[in-house]
Design a protein around this ligand. Structure first.
Ligand code: SF4
Length: 415
């Protein structure tokens, strides 16, 4: 069985990967049942939408590469550990039997070389499935540059796979992660996407939960507009399930190239909001932001878009198409459909919207009901009333060197 010391190093090194979101707290087990504080337990969503808890661990944090922003980079002096495939399998089974987890998120630093690492990962997932008969959820982080056959074989055993894009441009990749290349990262993503299409047609179970990727935000100078353009292309071209954004945390204070400040959680949050609008609300990136700009921190992206298009508002609740209703700040897709279905039974007024539990605080400034407008009159007042965090402290990323308890709960906290 894997030693506790090794386990601590390997789950701790895995916490910076957000391509499957994680959770945990600093509540200790003082003789009771259960333990919420165990780092390494994270959550993810399966093909059928269930939220499952996963053991999140690295095979090893011994790395041949020297990505400047990464805590596991070769030149960093940190405790190192390597687990064997058997140790990962036994640990997964033990955790599963004790009901700590329902699945595994397995990643790795590049140990010796990409092929060698991918072979170790493949051996682990094959053993889990065939020797230990484990049928739970497995998310495997693929190693860019590894042999195609190893990657495709792994896709037959695991539910989801991800190859991290890491940085939003080739130029930044060359500068900050010189051993990685855009081609080596995109080629397996493209291959998996093609294979998934083909397998869908023959109803095979190749990566049933699809593939995801992750980008670090703020370690390099690319603006949100550029990042979202890239995201849009990734969804379109490779049918990715999710693109995750991870706010850069300064951990390499000796580097002159890396920023000394984190990008901040609010910037990360805005990117997730815009991503949501692109995936579910039919927004195109160039409607939300130009390639050279960052998203507003004062307004959420839908609100910022509506404020910059006064010519399109107010919209009439009783006649507007669903796509336009869903673009009203404060009205989500579900509410837009509720309105459409309620219209079949008669005209809707503000009371009707309240009865449907549609929040009017923001929406009231962008709608009319039966031709009547009840929102604020001046554009300036509307902007002021919608300003977020007027009285709240600014969002900042906690320092890596603040109290260990705070650090732990933030780093493994739900994103
Ligand atoms: S390959 Fe780069 S990002 Fe991955 S563990 Fe090694 S140093 Fe970190």
């Amino acid at each position: 069985m894997i030693s506790e010391e090794k386990l601590k190093i390997l789950v701790d090194s895995a916490k910076f990967d957000v391509s499957c979101s994680s959770s945990g707290s600093n509540r200790k087990n003082n003789g009771g049942i259960g333990n919420a504080s165990y780092g390494g337990i994270c959550h993810s969503f399966t093909e059928d939408g269930r939220c499952v808890s996963l053991l999140k661990i690295l095979m090893t944090n011994v790395c041949e590469y020297n990505c400047l922003y990464c805590v596991n980079r070769r030149s960093n002096d940190v405790p190192r550990a390597i687990a064997t495939p058997n140790e990962i399998c036994e640990l997964t089974m033990e955790f599963y039997k004790h009901n700590f987890i329902e699945g595994l998120f397995l990643s790795s630093a590049v140990y010796k070389n990409a092929d060698y690492t991918m072979e170790l990962l493949l051996e682990t997932v094959i053993k889990l499935r065939k020797l230990y008969n484990f049928t739970g959820y497995i998310h495997l982080k693929g190693i860019p540059g590894a042999d195609t056959n190893l990657i495709m074989r792994a896709g037959e055993y695991v539910d989801r796979m991800s190859f991290n894009l890491e940085l939003p441009s080739e130029k930044s990749l060359k500068l900050l992660a010189p051993q990685k290349s855009k081609k080596a990262i995109l080629s397996p993503i493209s291959m998996i996407s093609g294979e998934k299409q083909w397998n869908k047609s023959i109803k095979s179970r190749f990566l049933p939960a699809g593939q995801t990727t992750q980008m670090i935000i703020g370690a390099s100078p690319e603006k949100d507009g550029h990042i979202l353009k890239l995201t849009e292309a990734l969804y379109k071209k490779y049918s990715l399930k999710r693109v995750y954004y991870s706010s850069y945390i300064p951990m390499n204070l000796k580097s002159n190239i890396l920023p000394k400040e984190s990008a901040g959680l609010l910037r990360e949050h805005r990117l997730y909001q815009a991503d949501w609008l692109i995936r579910f609300y039919g927004f195109k990136v160039n409607e939300l932001i130009s390639e050279e700009d960052n998203l507003s921190l004062d307004y959420d992206p839908k609100c910022a878009w509506a404020l910059s298009h006064p010519e399109l508002f107010p919209v009439e609740i009783n006649t507007a198409p669903v796509e336009m209703l869903a673009r009203v700040p404060g009205i989500g897709l579900r509410s837009a459909y509720k309105i459409i279905s309620a219209r079949r039974y008669g005209k809707i007024d503000l009371e009707g919207l309240k009865r449907m539990k549609i929040p009017l605080k923001r929406a009231i400034n962008f709608i009319t009901t039966n031709g009547f407008y009840k929102g604020l009159k001046s554009e300036n007042d509307i902007k002021l009333s919608l300003l977020e965090n007027k009285n709240q402290p600014t969002y900042t990323q906690l320092s890596m060197f603040s109290s260990p308890e705070i650090l732990r709960s933030v780093l493994i906290g739900e994103i």
